[in-house]
Design a protein around this ligand. Structure first.
Ligand code: NAD
Length: 327
């Protein structure tokens, strides 16, 4: 069977979607499904245990819809229809008929395990149960469920509307059918799903990020380079190539023999710490936590971060449009 027909078939079976947890990530995931899934006319029900979280989410979603309208890709009418697909509910029982549940509650294993056990008793045995966990084991999250074959990771990046990547994470018992239904759905809502075939801590994206962070922190700690020069090295060296060139293409260009010679002497020299550096703890102790306290590696005391993030999101969108020519 062709992938497209699998995708079409699967979308017919996913109509009602329940999203649980409307903090930072939940509302954005709902917006993706409502806006990009227009031809499938999903019904999306959002639930949270906190009425304050629901109020904040409603306000933020209104702002997001205004932002999306200003980009000019979707008409006012289309966006109004998308808004109409989203419903806030105050009783978990309202998610009973869902074909897919996406859990977006805090990153605590016991909370997620309890939730999966609870939701399983409410929905049909073939409802897919997805978690937006950033790196917890899917197998552990599914531990107390009767049907772990329908439990899967869907790790959206922040902000979900802008970031195309979604890691689809297979737990020990996740079935191929669950994987294909979820990949079909995500592809149809304009995302770029990638399959993480083994349930390893941090999945793949956050492991790559942590590997870069470890070496950067080490270079700061050992006073090899100042922070500003490290920023320049990443942005104007490695970083500048990535939007237009694939990493393994870079390796191919260097030549596998050359890269092997370089890695042979470099691997032993790289940082292999198994814990974060002590200087990070010292900075935390002094209250330099980053943007939230006005100072981290950089100074934000005079910065308007809301405005700055808006500009950066708009620039990221332009970059994304350009990048797609180099796929
Ligand atoms: N914030 C990010 O940048 C980001 C990025 C990718 C993935 N994630 C992952 O997404 C998940 C959610 O993160 P977040 O940042 O949106 O969290 P958050 O703390 O902002 O929001 C979580 C929401 O869940 C609600 N909640 C808690 N327990 C609940 C329950 N039992 N039932 C219903 N609602 C409940 C809370 O009231 C809160 O509104 C986590 O697993 C996190 O690791 C977060």
């Amino acid at each position: 069977m062709k992938l497209t027909s699998v995708i079409e078939m699967e979308l017919e079976t996913i109509k009602n979607i329940g999203i649980v947890g409307v903090g930072v990530m939940g509302p954005g995931i709902a917006e993706v499904l409502a806006i990009f899934g227009s031809s499938y006319d999903f019904t999306i029900n959002l639930f949270d245990i906190s009425s304050e979280a629901i109020q904040n989410a409603q306000k933020r979603m209104e702002e997001d819809f205004v932002k999306v309208e200003s980009v000019g890709i979707f008409s006012k009418e289309d966006l109004q229809e998308a808004r109409n697909r989203i419903h806030f509910v105050t009783d978990l029982n309202a998610l009973k008929e869902s074909h897919l549940i996406i859990e977006v509650i805090p990153e605590k294993l016991n909370l997620k395990q309890d939730f999966f056990k609870q939701i399983e008793s409410l929905v049909s045995p073939d409802t897919i149960l997805a978690t937006n966990s950033s790196g917890l084991s899917i197998t552990a999250i599914a531990k107390d469920t009767q049907h772990p074959e329908r439990v899967i990771g869907t790790h959206f990046m922040n902000p979900p509307l802008l970031m195309p990547l979604v890691e689809v994470v297979k737990g020990k018992d996740t079935s191929d059918e669950t994987i294909s239904r979820i990949i079909g759905l995500l592809t149809n809502v304009n995302k770029r799903p990638v399959l993480v075939k083994k349930d390893i801590p941090g999945y793949v994206h956050n492991r790559l990020q942590a590997a870069v962070f470890r070496e950067l922190m080490h270079l700061v700690d050992t006073e090899v380079m100042d922070v500003e020069d490290l920023e320049t090295t990443v942005r104007y060296g490695l970083g500048l190539r990535l939007p237009v060139m694939k990493v393994f293409e870079m390796v191919d260009l260097m030549g596998l023999d050359t890269i092997k010679n370089v890695l042979s002497y470099l691997y032993p020299a790289l940082d292999r710490s198994t814990k974060p550096p002590d200087f990070l703890e010292e900075m935390i102790g002094k209250g330099t936590l980053g943007v939230k306290t006005g100072k981290g590696f950089h100074d934000y005391s005079n910065a308007d971060m809301t405005e700055s993030m808006k500009e950066k999101e708009a620039a990221t969108f332009q970059l994304l449009m350009m990048m797609q020519q180099y796929d």
